[in-house]
Write a protein that binds this ligand. Structure first.
Ligand SMILES: Nc1ccccc1C(=O)C[C@H](N)C(=O)O
Ligand SMILES: [Zn+2]
Ligand SMILES: [Zn+2]
Length: 206
């Protein structure tokens, strides 16, 4: 099994101005008399996570409404590193027949200890292309599918328009391109705009 999740710990990079990650034992074994009890504070968009449509659309569905089938099953990893953006023409040369979950290795988040200043983003024409190929989940190794300073979020909205779901902040540097089984299940958060996931790849067995 290949772990493709980023570690969650004090100091983990977060969106500028967003809630910092913190874990603390709020009730120690000595205090409670029996157990250590932890408390977690974080922005949902920290490390490896999925977006639910409510993140960028007030009428979009919340995490609990998402189809879990999206987040478990065959996935293809491709290397698209060295580009400033990815559009339909960048993926034209790849065989994507039968692919429903596509993970893009952009290698554009070079220092995992700091929030990136620039990333490879997805172009507006990509969603229609992915939809034509039958792709339902797109995963990236950066904090966003859009440019970091984007307010209109063209890629988020474009993907959503085709019901293509978004997985962000993957760690793919140690993964060879190819076919795998992906498991990246969101938590059963009733109200949330996204969820941290523990994302893993297993060797693909047809
Ligand atoms: N957490 C943030 C805090 C501040 C500004 C943007 C964000 C985002 O998460 C942006 C983006 N829509 C994303 O999910 O990729
Ligand atoms: Zn996000
Ligand atoms: Zn996002």
């Amino acid at each position: 099994m290949i772990d493709i999740s980023r570690r969650l710990e004090k100091g983990v990079p977060t969106w500028p101005g967003d809630t910092a990650f913190s874990y603390e034992v709020s009730w120690s074994k000595e205090q409670s008399g029996s157990v250590n009890v932890g408390k977690l504070t974080m922005s949902i968009h920290t490390g490896t996570h999925i977006d639910s449509p409510f993140h960028f659309d007030n009428n979009g569905c919340k995490v609990m409404d998402l189809d879990l089938q999206l987040y478990i099953g065959p996935a293809r990893v491709i290397d698209v590193s060295g580009r400033s953006s990815i559009g339909a023409e960048d993926l034209a040369a790849y065989d994507l027949d039968g692919v429903t979950r596509l993970l893009l290795c952009t290698s554009s988040w070079s220092n995992p200890d700091v929030f990136p200043s620039e990333i490879t983003y997805l172009k507006a024409d990509l969603a229609a292309f992915l939809n034509k190929k039958g792709i339902r989940l797109i995963g990236v190794d950066v904090p966003s599918v859009d440019p970091l300073d984007s307010k209109e979020l063209a890629a988020h909205h474009g993907l959503h328009a085709y019901d293509i779901h978004i997985l962000e902040g993957l760690a793919l540097d140690h993964v060879n391109p190819g076919d795998y089984e992906l498991i990246a299940l969101p938590l059963p958060l009733a109200e949330a705009d996204g969820s941290p996931v523990r994302a893993v790849l297993r060797p693909y067995t047809a």
